[in-house]
Structures are given as C-alpha cells and as structure tokens.
Design a protein around this ligand. Sequence first.
Ligand SMILES: [Zn+2]
Length: 166
Amino acid sequence: MARANFLSAIANLGKKRIRTESDSTRQKEYRERNQEAIKKQRHLHYLDNRDEVLKRRREYREKNRAALNKKLKEYQTNNKIACLTYYSRSDNPACAFPGCTINDIDMLTIDHVDGNGSKHRRTIHGGNKGGHGTYLWLIKNKLPDGFQVLCFNHNFKKHILSGRAE
Ligand SMILES: [Zn+2]
C-alpha cells in the first residue's frame, strides 16, 4: 500500500470510531452526574440563541409531526391503560357498574367514587377538560384511593341517580 493511501486509511479509521456499549454507558453516567450543569448550560445557550433555537425546534416539530403525534398518542394511551388497569384491579379493565360488561377502553373512564367528578376535575386542572389530564394527575399523585372505572353511559347514569337523590 502506498504511503499516502496508508495514511488516509489510518485517518479514516479514526473517524469511523464505533460507539461501544461502554461509551454510551459512560455518557449516560456523565449526563446523570452533571444534570444540573447541563440544564443550566442548555438554558444559557437558549438565552443567547433564542430565535435560532426556537426556529430549529419548530422545524423539527414540523418535520416529525406525524411521528411525534403518534408518540404522544401512545404515551397517553399507555397512561390511560395503566390507570384503568389499576382502578379495575384487573388486567382486563371493565366498567364497575353491577352487571355491565363494557370493556372497550375507548368507552371507559375514571370516576370519582364519592364525588362530583367535574368539581374534582376543576380542582385538579383548574378547568373541566377531563381526558388525559385526569390520568396524568392520578399517576403523579401515585394512584390515590377513591376512584373506579365506569363506562361513559354508567358515568352519566350515576349523575342522573345522584341528581334524583338530591
Ligand atoms: Zn357500564
């Protein structure tokens, strides 16, 4: 091999360094050890390059919109399934209303057992959005007691019954 070729082969070897398992472990440990410093550095970079950072972030979101939406949806669905499973006390979440066999997760919701659901939602989000916010709230609060799974019809029926009782 000619000397020039040999030298360029050596140079390329250096460039083609393959990331090993221990490299990524080391990087991960470094990131964990320096979490605060990295966060601060990132924020300073953001302050100095705000427009550029926002532009790149926007471009990234636009370019990856479908994938990001899919990921968000999966995240929300996983949170919902986790809550429904926990509050159903079953791997096959189902409505807790006696005799009801609804187990389609699209038709199930979390119900505040002895409470006014919409009042509770207002206190946990400051709004009455329901939906995913409720699941996040439950998870962040370590799945507190006092909730059950109902289908939407029986959730509605419960409000009718409690209205009659008043
Ligand atoms: Zn039901």
